[in-house]
Design a protein around this ligand. Structure first.
Ligand code: CTP
Length: 432
């Protein structure tokens, strides 16, 4: 799948000896599918587990093992590959190679290449201007390390000290996870899953993006309003659109926070999760963060009414009872509360809402844009087949406070999210 962040990026994938090397093939495939150019270097031990040919076939590029032969005719591949890399991933990383990297040893192609590739520190930068700054080799590139070894080797203070030394220089250490190890024993030492390693790489690459140093808060999911201790009123929202927005914000370098009711999908790696249940809780969580919020996106399907007096015990039916009348009362309108506070504190700089409609889409959306004092509203006809609640795609129209409208074709929610964030960014850097 095309990936804005990884497309065209040079990834140096180091693979060391261990049974988890087979999972590195999956990681290589995922990177290549995302459009990355993957230079794979295996240690001799890794090549005993998985053939270099596997990686060459998956990446479409030569996979190297030996420092002394150069398949592409390049006499100094360790220097060339180091200079070209946008990011380094070593997965799996053995205890042996971890120790060598911490000490700066260079006794094979992988360790020589990595010694020539400085580690970027992972502190988020700050950029006023839109557009990614290209990775600066002087300042180094992100290093993502995924250790995998027996739990006693991982727990050894020597190994821990080596991992700490690399972390202190800016390397991101993902995992290892707890589970079944090659020995059959249970313990800490399993390589992190490829999806998690990929997410860590994406998070590192996003730093220095156009939203670096900014906080984006997104609300997501359908709130749950209790009727009694075991029942609640809710709606059909899956939270997928909000999750996609938080992910898109993260990919632009923002610190992303998801204030969410229960979701049908996982909170993405690198996104702060603030779980809530009711509209009132969501409102409190959003308002508490306003002074630090640059962009707020209200993608949650917030209940407008809640049972006025939730029963303290499970509501029981009585013999002969044919109906039950529940008195509902209004919940806070979160975006209206935000508008009131924004008038006082001048934050967030950009506020975006969604309009989920079943009729008169654009007229209703324009009315909400004005009533809630939004900068942008994303109008969404939830009756359209294959779009809206629960689906992976969405067709939306963006309405701007200055009257402009932008109708987007049906596209995956991730793409819609990227377009919404682009508009938010444009508004942030030139408010009028
Ligand atoms: N919203 C909110 N607080 C509420 C209700 C909605 O902040 N109590 C936000 C939603 O997150 C969304 C926008 O307001 O960004 C519009 O939500 P929607 O449900 O379409 O509209 P409502 O304002 O609830 O109006 P109505 O239900 O009457 O159409």
């Amino acid at each position: 799948m095309f990936d804005r962040l990884l497309n065209g990026k040079r990834v140096l994938l180091g693979v060391t000896g261990g049974i988890a090397a087979y999972k590195a093939a999956d990681l290589c495939s995922k990177l290549a599918q995302a459009g990355a150019e993957v230079d794979v270097i295996l240690t001799e031990a890794a090549a005993k587990f998985v053939a270099p040919l596997t990686f060459a076939a998956l990446s479409g590029r030569p996979a190297r093992v030996d420092l002394w032969t150069s398949p592409g005719g390049d006499p100094i591949p360790h220097v060339t590959m180091a200079a070209a890399a946008d990011t380094v991933i070593v997965a799996p990383l053995s205890a042996n190679t971890l120790a060598k990297l911490a000490l700066g040893l260079a006794d094979n192609l992988l360790t020589s290449t990595l010694l020539a590739t400085p580690i970027a520190s992972q502190k988020p930068g700050f950029s006023e201007k839109p557009g990614f700054s290209s990775p600066d080799q002087e300042q180094g590139v992100p290093w993502i390390l995924a250790p995998a070894m027996e739990s006693h080797m991982w727990a050894n203070p020597l190994t821990q000290a080596h991992a700490a030394a690399l972390r202190a220089r800016g390397a991101v250490v993902v995992g290892p996870g707890v589970g079944r190890l090659a020995s059959g024993a249970q313990g800490a030492g399993r390589m992190a899953e490829p999806a998690e390693i990929l997410a860590a790489a994406r998070l590192a690459l996003a730093q220095g993006g156009p939203l670096a140093g900014r906080r984006v808060v997104v609300t997501a999911g359908g709130t749950q309003e209790p009727l009694d201790p075991v029942r609640f009123l809710t709606n059909a929202s899956s939270g997928k659109m909000g999750v996609a927005l938080a992910e898109a914000a993260r990919d632009l370098g923002a610190a992303a926070t998801l204030v969410h009711a229960p979701l049908a999908v996982a909170v993405p790696f690198g996104v702060e999760s603030v779980p809530v249940r009711t509209a009132a809780q969501m409102c409190d969580a959003v308002l508490a963060r306003l002074p630090d919020t640059d962009i707020l996106i209200g993608a949650a399907a917030v209940a407008d009414f809640r049972p006025a007096e939730p029963a303290g015990q499970k509501i029981k039916k009585t013999p002969g009872q044919v109906d039950l009348v529940v008195h509902l009362t209004r919940t806070p309108d979160i975006l209206a509360e935000v508008a009131a506070r924004r008038a006082e504190i001048g934050r967030p700089q950009v506020v975006i809402g969604f309009a989920a409609e079943t009729q008169d889409l654009l007229a209703n959306a324009a009315a909400k844009l004005a009533a809630k004092k939004l900068d942008i509203i994303v109008a969404n006809d939830v009756t359209e087949p294959g779009s809206g609640f629960g689906s992976d795609d969405n067709r939306v129209t963006l309405l701007f406070a200055d009257g402009r409208q932008e109708a987007l074709p049906i596209m995956p929610k991730g793409e819609v999210a990227a377009r919404v964030l682009e508009s938010a960014l444009a508004r942030l850097v030139s408010p009028h």
